[in-house]
Design a protein around this ligand. Structure first.
Ligand code: TMP
Length: 213
């Protein structure tokens, strides 16, 4: 038993919550033990860091501060949730992980990917997601959904070209790490998106977690 680390990624309004809920239902039906967390967040301290990252301050956050806070929160989440879940042989479902850092701080902010990789190695050792479900949607569509949910947070207030770069980096990573990634075309109807997710769970996830949990 070594556990299975499943991450869910995507731009704002891409339907990650829908995906996470569907995955949890699917696992409960199959009697698969799982634990759920999110980033930035997942522990008391990491949730405090999340508030720092997403709320509006009277002071701009430098890109490097943002990057380091993402990894500080990640370190707490790994220590308290992800690694214990893996050791217990569970599926660990994480709503966003380091692929988001490559997409938002790397693609969006333009930070050096090599420096992100250095922090990734420092904070995670060899831990990487076993599978990533990327909810891909045109940022115009995603941001319209996000706006409909209420007030935008600090990162959601970025301009559209920021989210275009985030999406581009996610799609780029889905090609480079094609073994890790499953891309869901999340712009269609809810039924269509759910069908795609269920198909990934039945076709790919079921066989890959066998023997691991
Ligand atoms: P969400 O939980 O609604 O997806 O919000 C988290 C926000 O944080 C979202 O705008 C993406 C951003 N984020 C990063 O910029 N880098 C990261 O490494 C992570 C995990 C999230």
């Amino acid at each position: 038993m070594s556990g299975f680390f499943l991450t869910i990624e995507g731009c704002e309004g891409a339907g990650k919550s829908t995906a996470v809920n569907l995955i949890k239902e699917w696992m409960s039906e199959k009697g698969i033990e799982f634990t759920e967390t999110r980033e930035p967040g997942g522990t008391r301290v990491a949730e405090d860091i999340r508030s720092l990252l997403l709320s509006h301050h009277g002071e701009a956050l430098s890109d490097t501060t943002e990057l380091l806070l993402m990894f500080a929160a990640r370190s707490q989440n790994l220590f308290h949730n992800i690694e214990p879940g893996m050791t217990a042989g569970k599926v660990v479902i994480c709503d966003r992980f380091t692929d988001a850092t490559y997409a938002y701080q790397g693609g969006g902010r333009g930070l050096d990917q090599q420096q992100i990789s250095t922090l990734e190695n420092l904070v995670q050792g060899s831990r990487r997601p076993d599978m990533t479900i990327l909810m891909d949607v045109d940022p115009e569509v995603g941001m319209a959904r996000a706006r409909g949910r209420g007030e935008l947070d600090r990162i959601e207030q970025e301009k559209m070209d920021f989210f275009e770069r985030v999406r581009e980096e996610y799609l780029n990573r889905s090609k480079v790490f094609s073994e890790q990634y499953e891309v869901i075309h999340a712009g269609g109807s809810l039924d269509n998106v759910k069908q795609q997710i269920l198909s990934v769970l039945d076709r790919r996830l079921a066989s890959r977690i066998k023997g691991r949990i």
